[in-house]
Design a protein around this ligand. Structure first.
Ligand code: ATP
Ligand code: MG
Length: 457
């Protein structure tokens, strides 16, 4: 079923119900409410006539027999209304009409005549309106009834026109969206729809475009990942393959140094598999975190101790700047060890001999949130500004040859970012070519889950 008819049906159904309600309301108002209003009006009018007579005759019922309660012609007709007036003591003061006053007083409608708060008489009638009044009332009510019956036809027709117009307006954007959804489902991910309105449909279209873009990106990432993994596997596997061939050709005795390159490549492959596993877990939000308040200073010191021999050998100065009091961050110590290890190994890799690496731990606060900030700054080669946005991407290396030579696979920073973000933290980088690079990691302090601010603060 086409969207237009789906929505059109419902819209028209809703309008038809609305029209029926309006008509029923209108009918009820004209027939019930107006009838009562007429009755009230004629009652007041009749009573007023008696009051006026009473006042005009020095507050007495003198000459009441001559009061005109009906029109001339009506007085002689058989449908003349019956009226009686009783004094407060119950004596009959006036009566007009063909019937018996006794039965009128028993069964008729009545109203008291009040002057200055005192009852001066009671009127009894078989109906409040005169025959003439009755004709006018019937004429008005009949004409309203007729128009009440016309209302559903006119409004129904208008509702149909309005419904058609509204249906067209509502379904037009949806009809553009549905083929696009089918195209996306068929794999046409780069597809985008032009946003022509600013209303809800505009927002839906924007969200659709955003979703299509995300899907497209995810698909690109998937393709790139497969290509990158294949690329990373190729080199170590071909090295292993070559060495194995050499071993096979060289006879029985295998000198240990022949096995060393194979072992290196196996280690490299194991690291790649392990890194990819961690990264996939973190990206899927399935990274198990054993978070507890952790003083980051001893954690950093342990890593620095591991790197000390290499730093000493290359005369790289490690400058530590720690707070006087222990500062706790709510983290998984093992995961954060891996983050800082990756950052410090990078700093060592890309800092020439004789350079400096400084590690600073400080406490920061922003809008009632407290967080620990760790800065690792080196005086190394630095990174070009245009490369910084891609630095945390998987398998991204600033310089392919430089990194291959130093053995990196381009996963260290991607892992660091995922781990930090899994802790609701932020990692950022600033760098200047030939001057050095600074990484800042901000991690929440215990008893708060608010995101630290972006950047260095
Ligand atoms: P891996 O960490 O997986 O062994 P890697 O160190 O090459 O490999 P990342 O840690 O993700 O990968 O770093 C990505 C790239 O960023 C590096 O290849 C390097 O070019 C650049 N980079 C990272 N840290 C620094 C730094 N401190 N100074 C200069 N360049 C850096
Ligand atoms: Mg690295």
């Amino acid at each position: 079923m086409k969207v237009r008819w789906c929505i059109g049906d419902k819209l028209f159904g809703a309008m038809a119900v609305l029209v029926l309600f309006v008509t029923a309301g209108y009918f009820g108002a004209t027939q019930g409410y107006l009838k009562n209003r007429f009755e009230d009006y004629f009652k007041e009018k009749t009573t007023e006539r008696f009051e006026t007579h009473y006042k005009e005759h020095q507050h007495s019922w003198e000459g009441i027999e001559g009061i005109r309660t009906s029109y001339e012609g009506e007085r002689r007709s058989p449908d003349q209304r019956e009226i009686a007036l009783l004094s407060p003591d119950g004596s009959l003061l006036f009566h007009s009409g063909a019937g018996d006053p006794g039965s009128l007083i028993r069964t008729g409608k009545r109203n008291t005549v009040m002057i200055n708060g005192a009852t001066v008489g009671t009127i009894y009638v078989d109906r409040w309106e005169t025959a003439e009044d009755d004709r006018i009332k019937k004429y008005i009510l009949d004409s309203m009834r007729t128009s009440a019956l016309r209302v559903p036809f006119v409004t129904g027709f208008l509702a149909l026109l309005l419904g058609l117009w509204l249906t067209k307006k509502i379904t037009q954007p949806l009809n553009r969206l549905i083929p696009a959804i089918h195209q996306i489902a068929a794999g046409e991910l780069p597809l985008r729809i032009a946003v022509t309105t600013k209303d809800e449909f505009g927002k839906v279209t924007e969200s659709f475009n955003h979703m299509a873009q995300q899907l497209f990106r995810a698909e690109e990432v998937r393709k790139n990942l497969t290509a990158d993994v294949a690329h990373e596997l190729r080199t170590p596997l071909s090295i292993i393959h070559c060495h194995m061939e050499m071993i096979q050709e060289g006879g029985r005795d295998i000198p240990p140094e022949t096995l060393l390159p194979i072992q290196d490549e196996v280690i490299r492959l194991s690291k790649l598999v392990d890194d990819l596993h961690q990264l996939t877990l973190a990206e899927a939000g399935r990274l198990r975190l054993d978070r507890s308040p952790t003083d980051l200073v001893p954690l950093l010191d342990r890593i620095l101790d591991m790197l000390k021999p290499e730093a000493e050998e290359r005369h790289i100065e490690m400058i530590r700047s720690y707070p006087e009091q222990p500062l706790h961050a709510l983290v998984d110590a093992n995961r954060m060890t891996q983050v800082f290890y990756n950052l410090l190994v990078n700093a060592m890799r890309y800092t020439p001999s004789g350079g400096k690496i400084s590690i600073r731990v400080t406490e920061r606060s922003h809008e009632k949130s407290r967080y620990v900030s760790v800065t690792i700054e080196d005086s190394g080669v630095g990174i070009e500004a245009e490369r910084l946005p891609f630095l945390f991407d998987r398998f991204y290396r600033v310089e392919e040859s430089r990194s291959r030579h130093t053995g990196g696979m381009g996963l260290g920073l991607a892992i660091a970012k995922e781990f930090v973000e899994a802790h609701q933290g932020v990692i950022s980088v600033q760098s200047e070519v030939h001057r050095g690079t600074r990484f800042t990691v901000q991690l929440p302090c215990p008893q708060q889950s608010v995101n630290p601010i972006n950047g260095e603060g």
